[in-house]
Design a protein around this ligand. Structure first.
Ligand SMILES: [Mg+2]
Length: 344
């Protein structure tokens, strides 16, 4: 193939309602759309680091993308392997850039072969992925079997009341994923887990600060509820550290935060051998990044319920290449990601 154009376009998406976690407040999402053209086909990707999770700044992302652009500008006839080989050189420690560039390259390559993005990466990839709903956005009418609940910012009495109300509202068969975003200490987390064991809890996510791996391992000795890590997991190296510390039962893998398909597949492979469950979640990306997360999950044969139901958070009416019904995310069956919008 021959690269005929490469465009980097900054974007900003506004959330319908600001999203609060235990320690972050999101009203907008900013980042870059990458568009790689080869003759009349294009591939697109999204690099939008998430504050509170990603270590890199928008400026660093912009410089790295420009540097990649310069490297491939006059490359002439090239291949997917060669385009991918330039990524580690230009995005060391910049996982959102790795994710955006890999997405754009694979989107283009799969369109050239007339395959969906996930089937280009894995011929056995399924066309649907299960997803959890989010309390505050989705209602019992949306028919999710698993709901995500933000916790860790109320006193224990109010946390238990909230879970009581949610159980009444959603029914006893619905499971909850409780995400504390690292806002507890060990004694509080032990007490919290003990008290919430009577509810239908799938796991408690990031109960302790991201670097408290020893305490996470200790917490696991005090509760039957599985412990998931999210903020602690930022790349392959951190995944290894978590595994060695025996700090988690579940890895929450965010491709924008941890890297592209190459890194995510290494993390999932290692987790599988250690009997750690892998869940792929979006990081409040727009339609390109969100579609890429879903296709990654499909290509990695993730059977767990993932966290991909975030499109309805945004004001812009995205021309979504996917649909979600009753907790199932249906991938586009068009070639590539299926994102048809003219993004740049
Ligand atoms: Mg989380």
């Amino acid at each position: 193939m021959k690269i005929t154009d490469f465009l980097i376009t900054p974007f900003q998406h506004k959330l319908i309602n600001p999203l609060k976690t235990a320690n972050q407040h999101y009203s907008h999402r900013s980042g870059f759309i990458i568009k790689i053209n080869s003759e009349d086909l294009f591939g697109c990707g999204e690099s939008s680091p998430l504050s509170g999770f990603s270590a890199e700044s928008l400026k660093e992302v912009s410089y790295a993308l420009e540097s990649y652009h310069l490297a491939i500008m006059d490359i002439g006839e090239t291949s997917v392997a060669e385009l991918l080989s330039f990524i580690p050189i230009h995005c060391e420690d910049l996982p959102s850039v790795e994710f955006g560039l890999e997405t754009a390259i694979y989107d283009l390559a799969s369109k050239i072969e007339g395959k969906t993005f996930s089937q280009y990466l894995n011929p056995n990839a399924k066309d649907q992925i299960k997803s959890n709903g989010i309390v505050g956005i989705h209602t019992p009418k949306d028919n999710y079997k698993i709901m995500k609940v933000k916790v860790g910012f109320r006193n224990l009495f109010d946390e238990l009341n909230n879970l009581d109300e949610l159980t009444t509202q959603f029914g006893k068969d619905v499971k909850f994923r409780l995400d504390a975003n690292g806002n507890m200490d060990l004694p509080r987390a032990i007490r919290f887990c003990k008290e919430v064991e009577k509810f239908n809890i799938e796991y408690v996510e990031q109960p302790l600060p991201k670097n408290d791996l020893e305490d996470l391992a200790e917490l696991r000795n005090h509760t039957s509820i599985p412990i998931a890590v999210d903020e602690s997991l930022t790349d392959f190296h951190s995944a290894e550290k978590i595994m060695n510390a025996q700090a988690a039962n579940v890895f929450i893998i965010k491709p924008t935060v941890s890297g592209g398909f190459t890194t995510c597949s290494k993390i999932v492979e290692m987790a599988t051998t250690e009997k750690i469950i892998s869940v792929i979640t979006s990081s409040l990306e727009g339609p390109i990044g969100l579609s890429a997360c879903a296709h990654f999950a499909s290509a990695l044969s993730i059977d767990e319920v993932c966290g991909l139901s975030t499109a309805s958070l945004f004001e812009d009416s995205f021309s979504s290449p996917f649909s979600i019904k009753k907790g199932v995310f249906y991938l586009s069956q068009k070639p590539g990601l299926g994102v048809g919008i003219n993004v740049a």
